[in-house]
Design a protein around this ligand. Sequence first.
Ligand code: MG
Length: 394
Amino acid sequence: MNFHKTKKIVILGSTGSIGESALKVLRSAGNGYKVVGLTTESNIHVLARQVETFKPRCVGIVNPTSCDAFTQQYKQRFSAWGLRIYRGPESLQQVATEGNADLILSGVVGAAGLPALLASLRKGLTVALANKESLIMAGPLVMKTAKKYGARVLPVDSEHSAMFQCLQGQNGNAVEKIILTASGGPFYRYSGNLSKVSVQKALAHPNWKMGKKITIDSATLMNKGLEKIEAHLLFGVPLDKIQIVIHRQSIIHSAVEFVDGSILAQLSVPDMCLPIQYALTYPERRPAPIQKLNLTEVGRLDFEEPDFKRFPCLSLALQAARSGGTMPAVLSASNECAVYAFLRERICFTDIAKVVDKVMRKHSTISNPDLNQILEADSWSRRTAQEIIDTIGR
Ligand code: MG
């Protein structure tokens, strides 16, 4: 094996929170990594700055109008090394599969990342997956595709990276259970009326700096429900052997209990650069651009049971996981709509769970769905969620 081969990396969603952290990691990693492709939804000026620094072969801009603006403003400047520019939603797939990459990091938000994920896996590529919605909506299909083409899905989510690190060198049937930790988000200790909380308050996560969608999911605890499904899919551990534990400090990012009663946990300061880097450099470890954890400064670590009553999204996610089939796609799509409606102040915080619940109740699950049935369930869920949002919307 040649250890000095340069790893060629594509970052889908490079201007988002995950993408920016990944580029920070790659800047500090130095030799051995080359960025060959970047994509953005519409953030063309940040993209231009990234292109300037990393000189990829190609970029993708999902929003066609933004793409035209980018071409007009920057094409000449970047023509020196023949930068290829792809336009529209298909550009995610094009950049992923035409950039001759070794690893695709997907930091796209929502269901929009699914076609690029599947296309990458069909090419046998390794995908470092931060885009959990794609996995949730089409989990069995994604994992089957990976297996069929000898591709690999590496976790980027901090909890799943922790589990993955604890599982290194372990035999699968030595696992007794997975302990999935949750910070509880900004409202875990909040005693006021959750239906009255502002968007700004919901976006103020106590421990993690992340994109808006996932920050709201953390506040409703939907994120933890989605993560339980994600752990089940990635590691093949049954749902009833994945325990959610509230751990306010976000120092233990998750743990694995083995049959002998031993528990291995992964600890660090909460900084996404670490799980991102582990996925990029795996199976190697390298110095990371993060603060080191000082245990005596942390002092203590606390754990408690999750409150399913106050955070109904958690139960809804578990219900969808148990139903399987098209239900997780319906859960995830209706949640996406409800979260964006909350961010636009069209519905209140507690309406998010109500919308998802109503949509799920209207859905008849199709088991073992193919891709078309999943995509149909996804768009049906969005339409239905929108109708419900319109009736309760302000
Ligand atoms: Mg997470």
